[in-house]
Design a protein around this ligand. Sequence first.
Ligand code: ATP
Ligand code: MG
Length: 580
Amino acid sequence: MQDIIRKRPRSGQAPASTPVAGFATLDARALGRSLVTGLPDGGLNIGYEAVDRHVARGHGNETAIVWLSKEGAREITSYQELAELSSRFANVLKSHGLEKGARVFSAMGREKELYAAALGTWKAGMVFTPLFAAFGPEPFRTRMEIGEANVLVTSRALYERKIAAWREDIPTLRLVLIVGEEAPEGCVALGPALRAASPEYETLHTRPEDPALIHFTSGTTGKPKGALHVHEAVLYHALSGRHALGLRPGIRYWCTADPGWVTGTTYGIISPLVNRATMIVDEAEFDLDRWYGTLQREKVQIWYSAPTAIRMMMRAGKDAAEPFDFSSLEFLASVGEPLNPEAVIWSNEVFGLPFHDNWWQTETGGIMIANTQDADIKPGSMGKPLPGIIAGIVENTGDGLRELPDGEIGELALRPGWPSMMRAYLNEQARYDKCFADGWYLSGDLALRDADGYYWFVGRADDLIKSSGHLIGPFEVESALIEHDAVAEAAVIGVPDETAGEVVKAFVTLNRGAEPGPELERDIRGFARKRLGAAVAPREIVFRNTLPKTRSGKIMRRLLKARELGLPEGDTSTLETEET
Ligand code: ATP
Ligand code: MG
């Protein structure tokens, strides 16, 4: 195990997180309540809490968003402007006869209209569903079918290339709004519609249990599920953003997650706005120099990113970071995949701060387990459950669930009841019901808790490898592999073996300058054997230029395995980067 990283605030800087008073009372709902006001008429609405509330309290002039366009333009949007723009959007929906509960889908990049659409949809009491703009026609279609889309907001190019051909097959789809000034036949141009609409809109009365969001899971382990969330989730979005990320009024915060994914909405729109932060929105996808430049120029204080981006930075080497000044950074956090200890140590050297791992899922609607500002970090550990969240490691005994003692590997489970928990999987009641047993929500991930209460990710339940009586978690093996100087990324799977049952096979990508070949393979295997022991180390290592990944940056081990075994590949709708 790596050394613990002791936490000390940088000199002259206040700690980023302001722990919420009374957090330790373990009631996430009551604590979240203290961070929102509710509607003037007593309801609760995400859109109102995110923007209109701040305007009503005299904060309209504060900066909500700093936009950085792909072409290099920089534009500032105040809370007042965002409130008006989203009100215009709500009025556009209303003018088309749409009513409370209507389903509004979006497919676009980080454009201003996306934020107006999300906030306006909530203010109008409707349900927002973001999709990845990079999906192909089929993933769009199946999700809009499952989600019974009533409205789609997208670009002309996406519409014409990916949607027009089958639009008529979705009978529920009544309105297609096209970002910009012109729209093809049968669609409405959003630009003129927004200008013609009133900038005033009184948020529709919504109750805490009214549906607000549908998020499709990443599809890493199979067919994506549509998780339904309600307005009450905003209580936990407010609370967890404050506690796990250190969000507070005016703080310059940059979340790199794609808005088509749960992180891009929850911590890329709702949580920062509810906490009155200033969001940096960079339209560009990962580009090393651009990202380092954005951190420096925008004096980013809190940065929320993902292991895949961090590993790309590591792959480019420390020299690439050298010319930049990162002294504004106060807090770094990562989510979506296990964060290898090597990445934590690397970031501590390059940024002077370690990345804080966060664990959560589309289903949980918010961060559950995290390394927080005030606690020491054990690199490779996910941290501890946020106050208000009760976690456990459980095992199915065949006769109910049993909680396991510290140090034993089992399924990571949570006591349901926090506000942002999903309320359903769309059209999949049986799959939803299977997530709950004996008063626990079962995550499908394997983990262990150490004697200090830190949680350690082991792997997805489906990815566990059983070799000669050993249970091997892929994460441990992958983390050891990337400690080798030549290795950038690694994915391991179990492949059948006559004597051992299964043996570990690794797929790795290499750092700049490393030469693939039998010699390097031997060297990496030897390195892994020393770290892990012969029983756990990979028997075989193959080199790849890229690993197959979902659009949210997760390595699709199931695809590597299916290919290895010659089995059907299953649902690949969220596959973004192919294996090469
Ligand atoms: P699907 O459920 O469709 O297979 P998915 O589980 O990848 O897709 P998400 O809800 O986007 O969809 O991802 C949640 C999962 O991501 C977690 O269950 C976990 O396996 C993984 N994950 C997220 N954060 C972390 C983390 N910090 N450490 C380890 N794993 C993580
Ligand atoms: Mg999942």
